[in-house]
Write a protein of this length. Structure first.
Length: 240
């Protein structure tokens, strides 16, 4: 026996009358309204053709003057779940694949690692003698301290924003129903259940569903969160 369940959710929020950002504000970058979980920060200054601009003296990319530029939204475009259950004689097998598509998450962890020179890319830049920008070789320490804003406010937002898109095996269960061997116990089953086992797809260098906290202001931000745990368990059920 095979059963299949698919679940699709598309949730769109629009902020129209709270005036946290007023309609017509330059912060909206041409959008009519702001939305919950909008993300703002310093953005690279680009020319009319969309090319990055550079400081002629330092060779470093030019950032916006203040960290109030709209850079994206933490909300996913849609969620997609796929669940299947198979039954053969006394055995059952089921799994849940969970997908999140779209949305952004900002990482303070990556920002801090760049600042301290502990990130993989900063190490590769040191090995290469620096970072090549617009035909000019920039010292690795100078570059990463600049884009990370010394692990403070004002970092280059584009460098620390990651797609939240991910597809994972959320749950896997294998069960066995024992034949009735006593009148006192009608149903006896044993199941092996694994949760959060692995990713089929993940763009961010961490679990993008991790959040700084549970408050509204904490969504879309990751900062030295404990990695999400993989778990296995046994479940014994008895029906009298």
């Amino acid at each position: 026996m095979l059963t299949t369940d698919r679940f699709v959710l598309n949730n769109t929020n629009r902020l129209t009358n709270l005036f946290l950002i007023r309609p017509g504000s330059t912060l909206l970058n041409g959008r009519k309204y702001g939305s919950f979980y909008d993300l703002y920060g310093k953005a690279y200054v680009r020319d009319d053709n969309g090319n990055m601009t550079y400081n002629e003296t330092t060779g470093l990319p030019v950032l916006s003057g203040v960290d109030d530029q709209y850079v994206g939204n933490a909300n996913p475009d849609f969620l997609l779940n796929f669940n299947n259950q198979f039954t053969y004689k006394n055995f059952t097998f089921s799994f849940l694949i969970d997908g999140r598509f779209g949305g952004l998450v900002a990482s303070s962890t990556e920002q801090w690692l760049d600042y301290k020179g502990l990130s993989k890319r900063s190490g590769e830049a040191r090995d290469a003698g620096g970072v090549m920008l617009n035909g000019k070789l920039i010292d690795a320490q100078t570059y990463y301290k600049y884009i990370s804003a010394n692990a403070d406010y004002g970092a280059a937002a584009d460098e620390y924003l990651f797609s939240s898109t991910n597809v994972r095996l959320r749950e896997l269960a294998i069960g066995f129903k024992f034949p009735q061997f006593t009148k006192a116990v009608r149903n006896l089953s044993l199941s092996l259940i694994g949760r959060n086992l692995f990713f089929f797809k993940r763009d961010a260098p961490f679990d993008p569903e991790l959040a700084l906290g549970t408050t509204t202001e904490s969504q879309g931000f990751e900062s030295f969160q404990i990695p999400s745990a993989r778990s296995w368990g046994l479940t014994l059920r008895a029906g009298l």
